[in-house]
Design a protein around this ligand. Sequence first.
Ligand code: P1T
Length: 380
Amino acid sequence: DLHFETTAIHAGQAPDPATGAVITPLYQTSTYAQEQVGVTRGFDYSRTANPTRRSLEECLAALEGAGSYGLTFASGMAAIDTLLRLVKPGEYVVVSNDVYGGTFRLFDKVLAGYGLAFTFVDASIPAQVEHALRPETTLVWLETPTNPLLKIADIAEIARRVKSSRPGIWLAVDNTFASPYLQQPLALGADFSVYSTTKYIAGHSDVVGGAIVTRDAGAYERLKFLQNAIGAVPGPMDAWLTLRGIKTLALRMERHSSNALHIAEFLQNHPAVERVIYPGLDSHPGHAIAQRQMKMFGGMISIILKGGESAARRMTAATRLFTLAESLGGVESLIEVPAVMTHASVTGSALEIPGGLVRLSVGIEHVDDLLQDLEQALNE
Ligand code: P1T
């Protein structure tokens, strides 16, 4: 019954019984001595299990409440790919129509070729998800807030509609943008919380990783089998860095969110900006739902500039603190143009992103410095 902040620091991370080390040791080993054939201390090979990775998996599970199980992967995409192996050829997946470009690419350019069918819907309208369900549907895939349009899907309402249509349909939520501190998909009725731990969970832009958390014991056993069978697991060092990052997740999310709200309010009044998309603003169509299902509104802001893609390119060249880079969720602020960077793979599809859209990952620097940087870049 511990609070989130306490769980993040202690779950799966008791002092090392062998040495008393307060911090989970980095078990940088691929294999483990066996006393006799088949007699192990619970570990035989690091693709199957590793103590540092196990600590991370236990911590991530605990952050989404009692009875949860966690599995970690070499990247967010590896987590998504492994989860999608639960879907068999001939089965259907309903997907929210604004997702990370790499997720769209995996679904549309890879898995569709193996006989999985994907229907893209506007999941900010729950009825659209429900109407897209077919007898062959086995999975509904949501992102909320979405990347990069920050659309909000009502997880509890969609879970209710999907499960009343057919209880066996799984609901997975990519919770990367919110992190488990701001939003708890399993508590809202989802079967799987999926993460790129590269982002807020690790939080320092120094590691790539992914995770799946579930309370479905059967699905967990299947996914654990797939994790080992496929082998897209994180190395011990990556697990260790991610565990280190998690300890400050709550503090960081508070600052990311309060900085972003300030910045969104400032941008709303700037003459070069046509529209600010941030779930914390009254003007956001999903604001009321976000207020209900999220603790705060997160650190991601998208803005549409009046001057289109050329203005976007000029702005991103002019910022000094906001670094022009892909990715998000680190302590430092980043800026990018999704249409030509993170979401280039959706060009020409129904998911296309406007060229004048600039995405900000607001870091935890002092907000006045960030405001000043954006102001000078926009004035340019
Ligand atoms: O990069 P990786 O750890 O494999 O995670 C993929 C991924 C999954 N889900 C969401 C919502 C994501 O944003 C990402 C990765 N996104 C970026 C790299 C980006 O800049 O948007």
